[in-house]
Design a protein around this ligand. Structure first.
Ligand SMILES: [Zn+2]
Length: 701
């Protein structure tokens, strides 16, 4: 484990020698232990990180400060134009002691979105010191801490406090599913942990600990209150808090309140295992949302006949119909579902409970094998933003950016839990496609929905529910954490992103340097330079798509013929992956080089026959990137038929969208003429001509 150094001198010193080189942080248990320095040198990601940390972060914070005048008209009260949408005003009003004033900017989960943005900013700050950004966030933290200080219990949820203060946690005539008290608390905990790891500052962490202590005291088995998050996310967050104090026990003495990290773990497992344990009412699906909400607000669940540990059900929508450990399919609101599964997998990493492992595996298998789109997107149905049934994969599906991020986090935790590369295959799929399309090239326009076909699909400046930009930032700022995973004795190479690290292994320092133009080119070089000859097992992930397996359950298949190849110091190594990794266990000498060659020739993908709407259609991919045909380059797009028997060509166009690969091939148009089709990466859609039509799946001739 890396111990944090005193921050300020480190920040100043490193800012002078390099903006990129910083002391490394711990994102979670076992992920990057041993890695002490990291520099991202990647041609694809490094410029994007610059845009996101300079433009996007400031843009999102500006908009949370209300520096945006919403133009869209809406019937929802909290979305009405004219509201200032200043998330920080809410904290200030609470800090002034205001309660029940019936004035709150933004939706009830606005606090949580601010915290999520702080977490994303923190992960960027950990690698790219930025005094101005840090100062900006410190100012926010002062206001958040002041809001907390106005409550004797350390509770903060500005919506509940300003609008319905008698309904804390949704009790007593409230509705937690709307109020998001526990969700917001969890996001606060995450922000506190990440900001501490990035900066060494404890003010926000202290707020988080105080709040978590209060939750632990109030929620749990009888006689405590029966409360689970009606929106998942807090489960993983409090496990991170538990891990932090396990790893750094000395930190406890700096907190203003007692720290009992075992309580935080117990709270997380209570939340997980208590899902589905309620009075069995209301019947959300049968009664409808309005009646069910009315029933809860009328406190009908509070009859003693329902027992002394009673709470209402949050329904299928919130994965609360049946106990979590009995759930076999991934259901309901896709963001909630994927974040719950992430929390479950995270807890399983800690407790290795076979029931947890089995359930997490079942949920992942169902998601990836039956309900995931070729872009990695999940959550087919707009109504309730939820998962559809197996093989329901329509092209105009909903596919929220947040759900894609949740699916990515879930796959990453599964990789950590199961040591299997297939989980990172799906992490890559969703990252390079459904996550990345969530932002404009210039970094200040965002998406909520990411359908596979559209006539007029626009990224927006801001939204009445701006949940997606913060979730996007959380994911992309964490990418460097997911490149490697070090366990004593083994280094997993999970992502192909140009970087330089120093690894401490058996008291030896090993410099590693990855060079690649991935995802535009399949050549990856990893130089391994120990101080003196050192034995280490390096496990290189060989993506399954590169071996002709597009999806581990056959949901998608490709026609890829070319093979992947691996060499060490120029000598070919037999490519026999074990659970997705080729294991290079040897004594490494200075300047040894691993060379991986992944087949980037464009490939056609077709879907399993079970997916009726995709029968007779093809999609195009190269490496992890799924391509899309846009209207501006493909006249008569709706009527085009792709000739999948003619080979495609791929070439790098440095002048297009900061440099991307373009794929061309043969199609037949409406007049039965042979024409050339042009495809660009799906994530780039709408940048050449905003609102342009596009399609991923196209009829096969
Ligand atoms: Zn969202």
């Amino acid at each position: 484990m890396t111990k944090r150094k005193p921050l300020r001198p480190v920040v100043i010193f490193l800012a002078v020698i390099s903006l990129l080189l910083v002391s490394y942080k711990q994102p979670g248990r076992g992920l990057t232990d041993g890695i002490t320095q990291m520099k991202i040198t990647d041609a694809f990601w490094a410029p994007k990180f610059e845009t996101w940390r300079k433009t996007t972060l400031n843009d999102v914070f500006d908009k949370f400060e209300g520096k945006y005048n919403p133009r869209e008209s809406t019937n929802l009260e909290w979305q009405k134009p004219g509201a200032t949408w200043n998330a920080f005003k809410n904290f200030d009003l609470v800090a002034e002691g205001k309660r029940g004033i019936d004035k709150h900017d933004g939706p009830p989960w606005y606090d949580g979105l601010v915290y999520e943005t702080i977490r994303g900013a923190a992960d960027f700050l950990a690698r790219y010191p930025d005094e101005q950004m840090e100062k900006r966030i410190d100012g926010y933290i002062d206001r958040i801490a002041a809001a907390q200080a106005s409550d004797p219990d350390g509770y903060i949820n500005t919506y509940t406090e300003l609008v319905e203060p008698d309904h804390r946690w949704g009790f007593n005539g409230g509705l937690q599913r709307l109020q998001h008290d526990v969700y917001n608390a969890g996001m606060l905990v995450e922000a506190g942990v990440h900001y501490y790891k990035a900066t060494g500052k404890i003010k926000l962490l202290d707020v988080a600990v105080k709040f978590t202590n209060y939750m632990y005291q109030d929620m749990g088995p009888s006689p405590k209150k029966n409360i689970v998050p009606a929106h998942s996310g807090p489960e993983e967050a409090v496990i991170k808090l538990y891990w932090l104090f396990k790893q750094e026990p000395a930190l406890k003495t700096k907190m203003s309140v007692p720290v009992e990290e075992d309580h935080y773990y117990a709270l997380a497992t209570f939340w997980l295992e208590n899902r589905g344990h309620h009075i069995g009412l209301p019947l959300w699906g049968t009664w409808g949302n309005d009646s069910a909400e009315h029933w809860i607000r009328s406190k009908k669940y509070n009859d003693p006949k329902y027992g002394d540990h009673r709470r209402p059900s949050w329904g299928d929508y919130a994965q609360d119909s049946i106990p979590l450990l009995e759930q076999k399919t991934i259901e309901g609101h896709a963001v909630r579902a994927t974040l719950l599964a992430t929390g479950l997998a995270t807890a399983a990493i800690e407790n290795k409970d076979p029931r947890y492992i089995q359930t997490a595996g079942n949920l992942w298998n169902n998601m990836v094998g039956h309900r995931m789109f070729v872009t990695g997107g999940v959550g087919a149905i707009a109504n309730d933003e939820k998962f559809g049934s197996d093989f329901f994969l329509p092209n105009d599906a909903y596919l929220e950016t947040c759900a894609a991020v949740g699916a990515g986090f879930f796959s990453q935790r599964m990789n950590q839990l199961m040591d299997d590369g297939k989980y990172m295959d799906e992490f890559e799929r969703v990252l390079y496609n459904n996550v990345l399309t969530g932002i404009s090239e210039d970094g200040d326009h965002y998406t909520y929905q990411n359908p596979l076909i559209a006539e007029h699909h626009h990224r927006w400046e801001w939204n009445g529910c701006p949940c997606c930009p913060p979730m996007f930032l959380k994911m992309v700022s964490a990418i460097p954490d997911f490149i490697y995973r070090y366990e004593p004795g083994a280094l997993y190479v999970n992502l192909f992103v140009g970087n330089e690290i120093t690894l401490t292994h058996n008291n030896q320092k090993i410099a590693l340097k990855m060079n690649t133009k991935y995802p535009w080119d399949g050549t990856i070089s990893l130089k391994v330079s120990p101080e003196t000859a050192t034995r280490l097992s390096i496990k290189i992930r060989i993506p399954n798509w590169a071996l002709g397996t597009e999806n581990p359950f056959g949901l998608y298949q490709s026609n890829l013929k070319q093979q992947a190849a691996l060499k060490v110091n120029g000598k070919p190594v037999k490519l026999v992956p074990v659970k997705g990794y080729v294991i290079l266990d040897r004594t490494w000498q200075k300047d040894d080089e691993i060379q991986l060659e992944l087949p980037m020739q464009p490939r056609f993908i077709n879907a399993s026959n079970e997916v009726k709407v995709l029968n007779g259609q093809v999609a195009i991919a190269s490496g992890p990137i799924v391509y899309s045909l846009e209207g501006n380059k493909n006249p008569g797009l709706d009527k085009l038929k792709i000739d999948a028997n003619t080979p495609m060509h791929i070439s790098f166009n440095p002048g297009l969208l900061d440099g991307i690969n373009e794929v061309t091939g043969t199609a037949i148009n409406d007049s039965n003429e042979k024409v050339t089709f042009h495809a660009i990466p799906y994530f780039g859609i709408g940048n050449i001509q905003p609102g342009d039509k596009y399609a991923i799946w196209v009829k096969r001739n």
